[in-house]
Design a protein around this ligand. Structure first.
Ligand code: CU
Length: 238
């Protein structure tokens, strides 16, 4: 895992170097950051559109801020963040000839309910931060609304299958497969990173931020997903 963390941090450094001091929200060429991830390894998937990448430095809220700190003691102004999100959906149906040459599907790959097309719809997230307090645990999730002047403005967690009205903190819905969780722990240098891949693609316009919380995300019934105080927020557009 240390190697993975170093790889991510290497990516972060490269991204931050490329981005300079400016903030970006750009499409980036190629799936380099996802190489070696489950998404990159799966057959029968192909990227849709371009990956989305956000880089920036945390700052107090402004209308055009990409990354906002609400608690500078925990997320200092000037700390940096990189988020890369990449979606894949099942490849187009094969021609007859291609089907004849088709290799066996990956073992362990869950079947899609539709059964119409092999493969998996997925989104992979890579999240990396620098300049934070050392040796701290943080929770982080994909949320529904953009960051605002107040921590609550980012709304609730984005859920692939939405919990029924009035159902909250239920691990049936609030779990890292139905939501995108990016909890991380900083090292002695104050660097932290996380990766996750979920088997869905956010509904257009309904996932708009990553919120960073004070605590790791609990999973127990009645508390699931409640990672405490909202320390910061990163705008994303998926
Ligand atoms: Cu959250």
């Amino acid at each position: 895992m240390r190697t993975v963390a170093r790889t991510i941090l290497g990516l972060t450094c490269a991204c931050l170097t490329l981005a300079g001091c400016g903030e970006q929200h750009d499409a980036v060429a190629g799936p380099k950051a996802a190489s070696g991830s489950p998404v990159a390894a799966k057959r029968d998937t192909q990227p849709v559109g371009s990956p989305s990448m956000v880089t920036g430095a945390f700052q107090p809220y402004t209308d055009d801020a990409r990354a906002i700190t609400y608690v500078p003691e925990e997320i200092p102004t000037g700390a940096r963040v990189m988020l890369l999100a990449r979606t894949s959906t099942p490849a187009a149906p094969r021609t007859k000839n291609e089907t004849a040459e088709k290799p066996s599907t990956d073992s362990g790959t869950p079947a899609e309910d539709s059964g119409a097309t092999p493969g998996i719809v997925s989104t992979s997230f890579t999240f990396a931060l620098t300049g934070l307090p050392a040796n701290e645990d943080y929770g982080a999730h994909l949320h529904t609304r953009p960051c605002g002047p107040h921590p609550g403005d980012a709304g609730p967690h984005y859920q692939n299958v939405e919990a029924p009205e009035g159902v909250e903190n239920d691990p049936t819905y609030t779990n890292p497969r139905n939501e995108a969780w990016l909890d991380f722990t900083t090292d002695s240098d104050g660097d932290g990173s996380a990766m996750t891949t979920v088997e869905w693609v956010p509904r257009e316009g309904e996932a708009n931020s990553i919120v960073i919380h004070a605590n790791p995300t609990p999973t127990a019934a009645g508390h699931a997903g409640d990672a405490g105080q909202r320390l910061g927020c990163v705008n994303v557009a998926l």
